[in-house]
Ligand binder design. Structure first.
Ligand code: SAH
Length: 218
């Protein structure tokens, strides 16, 4: 199983073909071992053109969607980034190679623990994984230069807008069954600009009945 060849092919046929041109994003997707982030029995399908199950009813996003969302963030390397919905940790690994520091929150504890383990094992030392409710953001680490949300809320969570720097951008799917992938730019302390990119289907954002502990690791 030659994963580098698979990743190369994935980038050519799924990502560049659909219009992703950011060479940094392209190189990162070629060099990130996606098969390490999926259950070992389906590792051979890791580079296929669709989302895959990662347990607990959750999925790792399709490679093209990871590339598109990363490109839309317009990272230059110095950013502090918040990700809501760690899942497998793959998107966080991609971000880790493109930005300075990544803070990622996952509401399902076993997924948070597994992603942390995978990222540690692969040597991603600029990613902090926390088990918690990302709808509330990560107040103690705010503000962020960029925010990426990989589970869909019905409306843009106000806490996330609050925790975004002025001039910063957020990439987020918004809606219920079908969603729109949106780019939100915070133009001032009180204003945002909103662009719709494409229709998407993400798992819904979960709203916990009772608050989860805010500090439970690190
Ligand atoms: N970015 C992931 C894909 C995530 S799938 C990857 O690269 O693999 C969406 C994830 O969001 C799921 O794991 C789900 O459990 C999580 N999620 C849903 N609601 C959440 C919430 N309120 N806070 C944090 N994570 C949430």
């Amino acid at each position: 199983f030659n994963w580098r060849a698979e990743a190369q092919e994935m980038v050519k046929t799924q990502i560049q073909k659909r219009g992703i041109t950011d060479t940094i994003v392209i190189n990162i997707l070629k060099q990130t071992p996606r098969h390490e982030f999926v259950p070992s029995d389906i590792a051979v399908h890791a580079y296929s053109d669709h989302p895959l199950p990662i347990g607990e009813g959750q999925t790792i996003s399709q490679p093209y969607i990871v590339a598109l969302m990363t490109e839309l963030l317009q990272l230059e390397g110095q950013e502090k980034v918040l990700e809501v919905g760690t899942g497998s940790g793959y998107q966080a690994a991609v971000l880790a190679a493109a930005a300075d520091r990544i803070f990622t929150i996952e509401i399902v504890k076993v997924l948070a623990d597994r992603a942390r383990e995978t990222l540690d094992r692969l040597g991603y030392d600029n990613v902090v994984v926390r088990w918690g409710d990302g709808y509330q953001g990560w107040p103690s680490q705010a503000p962020f230069d960029r925010i990426i949300v990989t589970a869909a809320p019905e409306k843009i969570p106000p806490a996330l807008v609050d925790q975004l720097k002025v001039g910063g951008r957020m990439v987020i799917p918004v809606g219920s069954f079908w969603q729109e992938l949106k780019v939100i730019i915070k133009t001032s302390e009180t204003e945002i600009e909103e662009k719709s990119i494409i229709p998407v289907r993400f798992v819904p954002m979960v709203y916990p009945e009772s608050p989860l502990p805010e500090y439970n690791n690190n």
